[in-house]
Design a protein around this ligand. Structure first.
Ligand code: TYD
Ligand code: MG
Length: 495
């Protein structure tokens, strides 16, 4: 009998330790180490392993014949865009996301569409009873779709059942954390179990040619193994994101061996399930707060698609020793960098202010091209100066305060023109990039300080209006008189 090898395994990242400790040194999470038997990782006994002779296999040349991977498109355009044109047979996808974000809903819809088109699809739920899955399908109006359903958690049973009869085209395992296999001793949900179960299902997918989708919950509190341990084993990792309170959901490809990794699919959660959003810009701009300071429209790119989105900033005097910096939808270190550049090169004093930053609609922006729009929103809020409502902004800000060109300027401009914007503030170097024929008036800028000067010239300093109009109502503040147009907080720079 093999001796049990006990190890303390981090449930977040999978790192193993000999002793228990409070913090995982590999990923920095606290209280995530759980004692596990890791001996099952190699199920072949050592005696057999050492005696076994290797089998010869043929080596191939790089130049050999290669077919383009045939795809199984679902017909849900937003999903197909993210997978790179449909599911590849024999591939395994991991769909991760917070609990309740809509993973089961999305996959119920996808399996139903494929099943209705005549493909054999199987939905295995380890979390919900069959009745619950049926109820959801009924709510989605998909109860008639010939999806094959099971509530099972044993990987061996599942693989045996799936191997019987015609190979399914698509198998959904909801979720990988509930699966368990006999080959390892650990409890379901632990890293060892999740890894071993995923391995077995991946082997099945490769052998049978079925596409397997593993659902994985991302939880903060380390009790359930993060699907991160599975990420390197699967062919694609899709993350389903969104703010719980908002109805927009974004499917993003984080890793994809068969397609692009920067595409997003946008959905809206309605009472009847997820609806595809074909023009996300319209959605993200639908509830714009026109004419209020602190908002700027960023002309961004998500993969091959331009997406316009509103950036919102609130800069308010702080009552704390260390001012607050709160960011939703953007990288907080990127915000710190823009703040530092504003402070160092443009004379904008922000150290006495709390800064709150938000990307409207629940989108997460990852491009550096958002720097300029973010800076515009921040300065606009500080100077209490609304930006022109028909302007879009894009450009990368360098540490020297210069505004750098970004890729695909013409596509950004075309999208802005399509949505009725009249002008664009963009890097100087992008001027020649066929923006003219998009019909926008271009305002190229070379440095961040000229943007700050422009906005400051439009503004009414908040502090000054408060002193002056303490007993008036706020409405009178909107028009800046020439005299106090230069806010005291800006050191004017001659550039
Ligand atoms: P679900 O797909 O169960 O989330 P997950 O599998 O990621 O945990 O979806 C959960 C939420 O979606 C739930 O709070 C209710 C909501 N929802 C709708 O708003 N409309 C619908 O038609 C359905 C099926 C769910
Ligand atoms: Mg679910």
């Amino acid at each position: 009998m093999a001796k049990a090898t006990l190890s303390f395994v981090c449930q977040n990242c999978g790192a193993a330790y000999n002793r228990w400790q409070g913090k995982c040194e590999s990923c920095g999470e606290w209280n995530t180490l759980v004692e596990e038997d890791v001996s099952g990782a190699s199920s072949v006994p050592a005696s057999i392993r050492s005696k076994r002779k290797g089998r010869l296999f043929a080596l191939e040349s790089l130049a050999g014949e290669s077919r383009d991977a045939p795809r199984l498109p679902t017909g849900m355009a937003e999903l197909d865009r993210v997978t790179g044109g449909g599911f590849v047979p024999g591939s395994v996808l991991l769909v991760g996301g917070d609990p309740g974000i809509g993973k089961s809903t999305l996959l119920t819809q996808a399996t139903s569409v494929l099943a209705s088109a005549g493909h054999r699809t199987v939905y295995i739920s380890g979390e919900e009873a069959i009745a619950q899955v049926r109820l959801r399908a009924a709510r989605l109006g998909l109860a008639k779709a010939p999806v094959q359903l099971a509530a099972e958690t044993s990987v061996e049973d599942i693989i045996a059942t799936l191997s019987d009869g015609e190979t399914p085209r698509l198998i959904v395992i909801d979720s990988i954390q509930t699966m368990w296999t006999d080959t390892v001793e650990s409890a379901p949900g632990t890293v060892t179990q999740v890894r071993a179960s995923a391995q077995a299902l991946i082997r099945f997918a490769k052998k049978s040619g079925a596409t397997v989708i593993l659902v994985g919950h991302v939880t903060k509190d380390g009790q359930i193994a993060g699907p991160r341990v599975v990420e390197h084993m699967v062919d694609a990792v899709l993350s389903f994101e969104g703010e719980g309170s908002q109805q927009f959901r974004i499917l993003r490809s984080v890793k994809n061996r068969f397609g692009p990794t920067d595409e997003i699919g946008v959905f809206e959660m309605t009472g009847l399930g997820l609806r595809e959003v074909t023009n996300p810009s319209e959605l993200f701009l639908s509830e714009r707060d026109l004419g209020s300071p602190g908002t700027a429209v960023f002309a961004g790119m998500e993969g091959t698609r331009p997406v316009l989105v509103e950036l919102q900033a609130l800069v308010a005097p702080t009552s704390l020793g260390t001012p607050r910096r709160a960011v939703v939808g953007w990288d907080s270190s990127r915000l710190s960098m823009v703040l530092a550049v504003l402070e160092a090169h443009c004379g904008v004093k922000l150290s006495g202010y709390d800064v709150y930053f938000n990307v409207a609609g629940g989108l997460r922006i990852q491009e550096p091209a958002a720097d300029l729009a973010a800076a515009a929103a921040l300065v606009s809020s500080l100077a209490n100066a609304p930006l022109p409502t028909d302007a879009v902004y894009f450009g990368e800000v360098s540490l020297s305060g210069a505004v750098r060109p970004v890729a695909q300027a013409s596509m950004r401009l075309k999208e802005a023109a399509k949505l009725g914007f009249g002008r664009a503030v963009l890097p100087e170097a992008a001027r020649g990039d066929s923006g003219g024929d998009a019909g926008l008036s271009l305002n190229p800028i070379g440095g961040l300080s000229s943007l700050v000067a422009d906005i400051a010239a439009r503004g009414t300093p908040r502090a000054a209006t408060r002193d002056r109009g303490a007993d008036e109502n706020g409405g009178t503040h909107a028009t800046a008189s020439g005299k106090n147009a230069a806010p005291p907080r800006f050191r004017r720079q001659e550039s």
